[in-house]
Write a protein that binds this ligand. Structure first.
Ligand code: SF4
Ligand code: MG
Length: 337
């Protein structure tokens, strides 16, 4: 498919009482129509902030987008859109699915009301037609007796059913992009698998692209076409699922995968922490953010930030081990580019 989303040098920082936190530090990636891209990393690595930035869902007063950051959606620059234009885009072209439906949706409205409202607004159809489409959508995502269930509230459903309902609402306006932030994290393994199947089915039917934010490598292996591994606000490695899982090149990715020796056979395994902690994002280190935890760290790693370099195919990594310039590093203090 054609490229629908291009993110270039995304930088997001937050003002806090403790100072400025650099949550996302120069993230670039693109996404094609119909593709599933997983963004994987530990809690606090910037993956959720990246996802929310795509829909411009960050708090205006406390967050700041980098001056050179660009998010191009089908050729339009989202970073410059007015709130009114963004509202038209959200739901209709780009929709988001969260971990917890109870906080993401309105528990005081019936699910029918929430579905009908969205459909009537974005598809500009009469309410009777919106109602019919809403019932169809519930049926599609596997809600039994959808007609009767329309009158119920979110709290009356199980966790798995709530996720199905949230997915129905997100998909009801046929968005070209679904962003799912830890959509199966709160669910048990069997229900997780059903929800991932539902994503696949919806994607086949609608051709939507999916950005899947997760800390679960099992979910990545089963669902994604391509993966970006994030660490301390940066993408440190990216490639197809096969490239990454078969030949991980970044010591961080290698560490994550080493903790999952039987990934092919076991589902739902989470990231096992690598010894040490990520750097302080109030004052990120000048060099590689992983240097303090990396068994291969060299002097150049602590002084200069490694840049993403292509390894062939679509595989790319930001690590001095893979960069021939490491033999002749830039002069100290000049930065790595
Ligand atoms: Fe380790 Fe250096 Fe590579 Fe960073 S750049 S991951 S410290 S080898
Ligand atoms: Mg998160």
């Amino acid at each position: 498919g054609e490229v629908i989303l291009e993110v270039d040098d995304l930088r997001v920082s937050f003002r806090t009482h403790g100072g400025q936190v650099q949550a996302v530090r120069g993230v670039s990636f693109s996404l094609r129509q119909g593709e599933t891209l997983a963004v994987v990393g530990e809690s606090g690595c910037g993956k959720s902030v990246t996802a929310r930035s795509l829909m411009r869902l960050l708090p205006e007063h406390s967050s700041e987008l980098g001056a050179g950051s660009s998010i191009r959606w089908k050729g339009r620059e989202l970073t410059r859109l007015k709130e009114k234009e963004l509202r038209k885009l959200r739901g209709a072209e780009i929709a988001m699915i969260f971990q917890d439906a109870m906080t993401a949706l309105n528990p005081t409205l019936t699910i029918g009301e929430q579905l009908i409202e969205g459909i009537a607004l974005h598809r500009k159809v009469p309410r009777s037609e919106a109602r019919r489409l809403a019932v169809d959508m519930l049926e599609l995502v596997g809600i039994p007796s959808p007609e009767a269930r329309m009158k119920q509230y979110l709290g009356e459903f199980s966790g798995g059913m709530r996720q199905r309902i949230m997915i129905a609402i997100a998909a009801s306006c046929s968005p070209s992009l679904l962003i799912a932030d830890e959509p199966t994290t709160a669910l048990d393994v069997t229900i997780q698998a059903q929800i991932l199947d539902l994503f696949r089915m919806l994607q086949e039917r609608t051709g939507a692209a999916i950005v899947l934010i997760t800390h679960d490598l099992g979910v990545v292996a089963e669902t994604a076409d391509r993966v970006c591994v994030m660490y301390a606000g940066e993408i440190v490695e990216s490639g197809t699922v096969t490239e990454l899982f078969r030949r991980p090149q970044h010591p961080y990715t290698q560490g994550l995968l080493a903790a999952l020796p039987r990934l092919d056979r076991e589902r739902g395994r989470s990231l096992v922490p690598i010894p040490g902690t990520p750097p302080d994002l109030f004052a990120p280190p000048p060099g590689c953010a992983f240097a303090a935890r990396c068994p291969h760290a060299m002097e150049v790693c602590r002084l200069h930030r490694p840049q993403m370099a292509e390894l062939g195919g679509t595989h790319a990594v930001a690590c001095w081990l893979q960069d021939p310039r490491a033999a002749r590093p830039p002069a100290s203090g000049a930065g790595a580019g």
